[in-house]
Design a protein. Structure first.
Length: 414
């Protein structure tokens, strides 16, 4: 008796009504329905006897695509291995030294402002550093709020531990950079990531809701350039804020706003929504085996990153406060890290758990638009329960009816 089995490079990922054959060598994903899956299971366990012409033709197509092969013994179809991988360690940490900020940006995930927020105590800073060093984290970024509100205290902190880390970066709005501080950053080989949302002064100031912020940020950039401090610029795109035209202060990366913290759906327009949506036309069906397997066994961000707030609470992401590993005061980092958070996959996410493509999507839990922490991404147009894609126009109309508030963008005024 001749049987058919999936090719050695092919793995089955089952959904509620539709399924996926993932070819690990080519990285391609092939969509099949439940009838086709039933045929493949029959051929794997019962053999080829009694196949009709249509079924024979289908199997020949599968053979030509390198999806199946003949075998002499029956057996179940090979599924994608989804056992959690314990060999991935946290390798990067954000450290929040203050919750306060000298600006009040429209999109802030922290909801920071000049008047509210706590600061990390000195003893807590030293405890955080020791916990990170003992665990083996080698890359860190200091954040806020605005970390440069600490001034020379921040560089004094960094100086004590700089040789324990391979990479140290400060994320700042750059408005508080002064010549002595920049010289210290250069001497300590500290990189800078800075927020610049538009190369147009008025547009940037509207985003930060702080008049004069653009001038102070670009003055900070000039200081970094004059002392050859390595820096990168990061921006956030929201509706009604133009990126500007000049190349004098280029924005290295400008991301669509993530709907967490202060940001809500009103910060999107239709053009942005069309770029945000996961649709049948833009869904990426070719990925590497390592990427797919990683998403099947652990979270694409939570598995490798941690965020320590100014009270030493440990979260999986700088924007995600709904999942907590615990507090560094209670024990070593390795002892408090929660495998359930680090190994979170789409198998635990509403609706996504029924999707045959669940290990293909990048997952950003905090970008939730007010939904629960296990909610399906608000921007995905695929309906795995029926195996169908919603049209982008209809989907956007539904989103707007559900989320959009009447707004004249009065909040954009400085």
């Amino acid at each position: 008796m001749t049987y058919y089995q999936l090719d050695q490079h092919v793995r089955l990922i089952s959904g509620a009504v539709s399924h996926c054959l993932f070819h690990g060598s080519s990285g391609a994903a092939y969509h099949i329905n439940s009838d086709t899956l039933g045929l493949l299971q029959q051929l794997a366990t019962q053999g080829v006897d009694g196949l009709g012409a249509e079924e024979t033709n289908l199997i020949e197509q599968f053979e030509q695509a390198g999806l199946v092969r003949t075998v002499e013994e029956p057996g179940p179809l090979t599924i994608l291995e989804i056992s959690p991988s314990d060999d991935r360690r946290a390798e990067f940490a954000w450290i929040e030294v203050t919750q306060r900020c000298n600006m009040r940006c429209l999109h802030c995930y922290e909801d920071s402002s000049p008047t509210t927020g706590d600061e990390m105590a000195e003893r807590d800073f030293h405890l955080a550093m020791h916990r990170l060093c003992d665990y083996g984290v080698r890359k860190i970024q200091f954040i806020g709020g605005e970390p440069l509100l600490l001034g020379s205290r921040l560089t004094a902190y960094i100086r004590q531990y700089r040789d324990r880390f391979d990479s140290v970066e400060v994320f700042t709005n750059a408005t508080l950079l002064k010549d002595p501080l920049v010289k210290e950053l250069k001497a300590l080989d500290v990189r800078v990531a800075l927020s610049l949302h538009s190369s147009d002064e008025a547009q940037h100031d509207r985003m930060t809701r702080t008049r004069g912020s653009f001038k102070r940020t670009t003055r900070g950039i000039e200081l970094l350039r004059s002392h050859a401090v390595k820096y990168r610029t990061c921006g956030v795109e929201i509706a009604e804020i133009d990126a500007g035209q000049t190349n004098a202060y280029a924005i290295n990366k400008r991301d669509l706003v993530r709907l967490t913290g202060r940001a809500d759906f009103a910060l999107y327009n239709d053009a942005m929504l069309r770029r945000k949506l996961i649709t049948q036309d833009n869904f990426r069906r070719v990925q590497s085996l390592s990427d797919v397997r990683a998403k099947a066994t652990g979270h694409n961000c939570f598995a490798r990153n941690i965020y320590i707030d100014c009270h030493l609470e440990v979260f999986p992401c700088v924007m995600e406060r709904r999942f907590s590993h615990g507090n560094l005061r209670s024990g070593a980092l390795g002892d408090i890290l929660d495998p359930g958070i680090r190994h979170l996959t789409k198998d635990r996410v509403a609706s996504c758990a029924a999707c045959e493509y669940r290990y293909f999507c990048f997952d950003c839990r905090p970008d939730a638009c007010g939904a629960g922490k296990f909610a399906k991404p608000w921007y995905c147009t695929y309906v795995p329960e029926t195996g169908t894609w919603a049209s982008p126009d209809a989907f956007i109309a539904t989103l707007k009816a559900k989320y959009r508030k009447e707004s004249d963008y009065a909040e954009l005024q400085i």
